[in-house]
Design a protein around this ligand. Structure first.
Ligand SMILES: *Cc1c(COP(=O)(O)O)cnc(C)c1O
Length: 391
């Protein structure tokens, strides 16, 4: 028997979240001021969704997410290996490498598997110039609009675009789209106005698909996602049920949690007032109380930074951490759950438990980090319409 801990993944919730995002986009398309934020005043066209499945699909498992996002228009990831796995899993649609290819020797595989590559640096263009390819590579030219991480500065755009067009003439590059990534879509309202303006001014009259929006931008500025003839959005976290914004949960946007983390009670300690719990004795009982010891620790991906008071639920009843999270265990206050017994399931986050966004906030982090940190040693169960199947 494995340790009594499990992550339950819901493909239904994934597909639900995808349809929620589609609804946002449909609503925006019908809104009168669809062309906004410096976008050219064309009539809004189609919006396509790249479901972002990098980082092992935010900890959910690549193949599981590919099933859950079967209705997406494309899948976006980081690694060539992930694109190959997507093809092996039967995904026929578009695939995007968000950071593009890293080495010239990967180019034949990209082309063979019809992978679209972001082009963010002159070095990638040089690799394309030096290569011979069996078929043209579709690309998205990435523009740095203020994040200052990846992408060409607006003043380098013309040269990069011309180089790609020359490669297009030589049959090495196929379609050329344009993308950027916002630093502050989750920040103050209007923080994307200037970068979006820079993007549209830089792209100017160039024809091609565009891609600007992550989850925060789709949810907050959906007009940006419908502002071109062929617009591709790149939502990640919202498809896994979490909010990209501080002090909110995904529920507020109609999203469902896709991962539930549960572990059983291993032991129960009856402690006296004044006694303490766990490493560092950081929690001292203010009264005689029952402490539940749960088979989940930081080596499972639960954040060690979660302090006493972080929510956890037992048998549908809300309670909280008491004492420091250790490697393989954590401890909770069982007083709100007098009937709790060894062997009962404790929900650390997810359905019938605290929202992962609340747990992340309590731990001083974001749901992204918790999801991605789910450890290999945690058995994953995939839920099909309510039925749990072990993987
Ligand atoms: C990770 C990533 C996304 C998805 O971001 P979310 O905040 O999870 O929606 C979109 N675009 C790029 C370039 C990314 O790296």
């Amino acid at each position: 028997m494995p340790r009594p801990i499990r992550a339950v993944i819901s493909q239904q919730a994934m597909s639900h979240n995808l349809s929620v995002i589609r609804q946002y986009l449909d609503n925006a398309r019908q809104a009168p001021e669809a062309a906004a934020h410096g976008a050219p005043a064309t009539s809004p066209g189609a919006t396509h969704i790249w479901a972002v499945i990098k980082a092992n699909a935010y900890g959910h498992g690549l193949e599981t997410a590919i099933g859950g996002f079967a209705q997406a228009d494309g899948l976006a990831m980081l690694d060539l290996q992930e694109t190959l796995r997507a093809r092996q899993a039967g995904w026929q649609g578009p695939l995007l490498m968000l950071e593009g290819f890293f080495e010239a020797q990967d180019l034949p595989e990209l082309v063979k598997n019809r992978v679209v590559s972001s082009i963010h640096h002159p070095e990638q263009i040089r690799m394309l110039q030096a290569s011979t390819l069996a078929a043209p590579l579709d690309v998205f030219l990435k523009i740095n609009t203020g994040m200052n991480r990846l992408g060409f500065a607006p003043q380098q755009f013309g040269e990069a675009h011309q180089a790609l067009q020359a490669l297009q003439q030589q049959g090495k590059v196929g379609r050329i789209g344009f993308m950027t990534h916002f630093a502050d879509a989750d920040g103050a309202h209007g923080a994307v106005d200037a970068p979006a303006q820079v993007f549209h001014e830089t792209v100017g009259q160039c024809q091609g698909s565009i891609s600007l929006c992550n989850s925060a931008a789709v949810l907050r500025y959906p007009q940006l996602a419908v502002s071109a003839a062929d617009n591709w959005v790149r939502p990640g976290i919202c498809l896994y049920g979490s909010s990209p914004f501080a002090n909110t949960t995904g529920e507020e946007f109609g999203l469902r949690q896709t991962m539930t983390l549960q572990a059983r009670l291993l032991s129960i300690q009856n402690i006296k007032q004044g006694q303490s719990v766990g490493y560092g004795s950081t929690y001292t009982a203010a009264r005689d109380m029952r402490i539940g010891v749960v088979a989940c620790g930081y080596a499972d991906g639960y954040p060690r930074s979660a302090p006493s008071g972080t929510p956890a639920w037992v048998n549908g009843v809300a309670t909280q951490l008491a004492g420091r999270v250790s490697m393989d265990m954590l401890t909770i206050d069982l007083d709100p759950v007098p009937d709790a017994a060894v062997g009962d399931w404790v929900t650390l986050w997810g359905n019938e438990g605290p929202h992962i966004d609340e747990v992340a906030a309590a731990a001083g982090t974001i749901a992204y980090e918790l999801l991605c940190a789910l450890a290999q040693r945690v058995p994953v169960h995939v839920e099909y319409s309510g039925e749990v199947v072990e993987k």
